[in-house]
Design a protein around this ligand. Structure first.
Ligand code: ATP
Length: 286
């Protein structure tokens, strides 16, 4: 079975409070994009399933999130055999684009179909929450408000058609230290989440774009903050309606209503960066 594992971007990312259990309550408007990995799931050749990607540095076997998802499905559904998963990796890794979570979600969908288990999307998303906090969104896809750790999902009206330019600068940002640097009471700048929801409700793309923000941008160290700001500046200079960092970075994206402007941004960014993608919003998986 072949599946598409779509990446996501955060149109907004806000941190509401630190919880007693040490996690943070988040509020994020998430959007699936057409930038995607290609996943093939087949019955395992050996006694144990394997997972192999066309990127040598990714973990294989049961350390790959695709196999973690397969095991979670078998445990929850009580059926399904071992599977081999082959991954054509197109989504940059450790990029804030949920590439690994997207692969895991695709495997959950594949196992559900191959075994005929017929689990509801909500049940599959519940199983996905055990694998990673972005997996439930990746199971459902489309446009959604994600709250809690990211597992409480409310589907939203779709982002109006647009071009999305995604650029991943060549460094990675570790997520736990970023959370460590956030002092919820001292967050000065937040996304206008309510305004984004209203703008989505009336199909107002510029209204969404100008209200986007990611609170992690304010806790980056000075050098990384400058790198992210430079990519945003190129996107805006080329005509993006708005630009923001996705997840815990370092990917930055811009929303465009003109394809020529988006193409121009891609060309300019490719002068300095290898990982630059032109994509579009992707609809829900279910
Ligand atoms: P998020 O946006 O959900 O925080 P991310 O885009 O920052 O995720 P991923 O690309 O999902 O990060 O990868 C995170 C880690 O998971 C990496 O250290 C990678 O080695 C590991 N990993 C395990 N399986 C996979 C997979 N199938 N694809 C990508 N990464 C994987």
């Amino acid at each position: 079975m072949e599946l598409t594992a779509n990446a996501k971007i955060n149109l907004t990312l806000d941190i509401l409070r630190k919880r007693e259990d040490g996690y943070h309550d988040l509020q994020m408007v998430m959007q699936s994009v057409t930038l995607a990995d290609c996943i093939t799931v087949t019955p395992a050749k050996g006694p144990q399933g394997d997972a192999v990607a066309d990127l040598r540095f990714l973990p294989t076997g049961n350390r790959n999130l695709a196999q973690v998802a397969a095991a979670a499905f078998r445990a929850a559904a009580g059926l399904g055999g071992e599977v081999d998963v082959s991954i054509r990796k197109r989504v940059p890794v450790c990029a804030g684009l949920a590439g690994g979570s997207a692969d895991a979600a695709a495997v959950l969908r594949a196992m559900n179909a191959l075994t005929g288990a017929g689990l509801s999307p909500a049940r599959l998303a519940d199983i996905g929450a055990q694998v990673g906090s972005d997996v439930p969104f990746c199971v459902l896809g489309g446009t959604a408000l994600a709250e809690g750790r990211g597992e409480l999902l409310t589907p939203l009206p779709p982002l109006p058609p647009c071009q999305i330019v995604v650029c991943k600068p060549p460094f990675s940002i570790s997520t736990p230290p970023l959370f460590g640097r956030v002092n919820v009471r001292k967050i000065v700048r937040r996304p206008d989440t309510a305004g984004v929801l209203d703008a989505l409700g009336v199909g107002d793309l510029p209204g969404v774009a100008r209200r986007m923000y990611n609170v992690f941008e304010d806790v980056l160290d000075r050098r990384r903050a400058a790198d992210i700001a430079a990519v945003k500046a190129v996107l805006i200079d080329c005509g993006a309606l708005g630009a923001s960092m996705s997840g815990s970075g370092p990917s930055v994206f811009g929303l465009f209503d003109r394809e020529d402007a988006a193409q121009a941004a891609v060309l300019r960014l490719r002068d300095s960066f290898r990982d630059v993608f032109l994509c579009a919003p992707a609809g829900p998986k279910v």
